[in-house]
Design a binder for this molecule. Structure first.
Ligand code: ATP
Ligand code: MG
Length: 219
């Protein structure tokens, strides 16, 4: 009979082989590409371009963005319609308080980690303004799995773009606690990649991301 100790070792070994096998099958390594930056800096645009480019290369990736997270995993009050749903959202849904924002990022990080461990390139596109929240996600991942990408565009540029009219609302006082206006954005201190999003096109920036992960042997 196998000793308890051996069982544990076999189990652990099996698990590590599974990830490698998945990655071999997928033709790419799993990782988390974590885009961070002010609203309208270009996170969603670039993440989706990278996703399309990877898809064209037959690599496996998935974008986690406001829409598929805020309306599902972190659905807040009012986002789930029926009576049972409302109650559920009140108990487990997330709003925009400091505590909820922190929990929002923690959950996204946990999901992105599962993608990475299953051999998929997770692309997350959230403002994620607080350094501590991002660093906490980094710590939960294996070294090299967390690729922090600072989408760097100054506030003036983002505010001029303002495709959702959010800056306008924030300036008018209709939106409280808006990042860059009356809530801070803490830029990463040592991100894996900085994208000059005020000057270069989203297409060029997506190529820079592809080049980076290629240089790191992810694809
Ligand atoms: N490099 C770029 N140069 C010029 N315009 C850009 C660039 N990247 C994105 N844009 C434009 O800026 C606007 C905002 O982009 P996007 O929605 O990707 O920002 P975001 O960072 O995801 O914002 P949010 O945090 O509000 O979701 C869009 O109209 C997009 O077309
Ligand atoms: Mg976006």
């Amino acid at each position: 009979m196998m000793s308890e100790q051996n069982k544990v070792e076999v189990h652990w070994h099996e698990h590590s082989v599974v990830r490698e096998e998945r990655e071999t099958m997928n033709g790419n390594k799993g990782c988390v590409i974590w885009f961070t930056g002010l609203s309208a800096c270009g996170k969603s645009t670039i993440a989706n371009l990278v996703d399309h480019k990877l898809n064209a290369l037959k690599k496996h990736s998935f974008v986690l963005d406001g829409d598929n997270v805020r309306h599902g995993l972190n659905a807040g009050t009012g986002m789930l319609k029926d009576e049972h749903g409302e109650e559920f959202a009140k108990r487990f849904g997330l709003g925009f308080s400091a505590q909820d924002r922190e929990e929002n990022i923690r959950r996204i990080g946990a999901v992105a980690k599962l993608f990475a461990e299953s051999g998929i390139i997770a692309l997350t596109a959230f403002i994620s303004p607080y350094r501590m929240d991002r660093d906490r996600v980094r710590k939960t991942l294996q070294v090299g799995d967390f690729i922090e990408v600072f989408v760097d565009a100054p506030l003036e540029v983002c505010e001029k773009r303002d495709p959702k009219g959010l800056y306008k609302k924030a300036r008018a006082g209709e939106l409280k606690g808006f990042t860059g206006i009356d809530d801070p954005y803490e830029a990463p201190l040592s991100p894996e990649l900085v994208l000059d999003a005020a000057v270069k096109s989203a297409e060029q920036l997506a190529d820079e991301v592809i080049e980076y992960i290629s240089s790191k042997g992810k694809i």
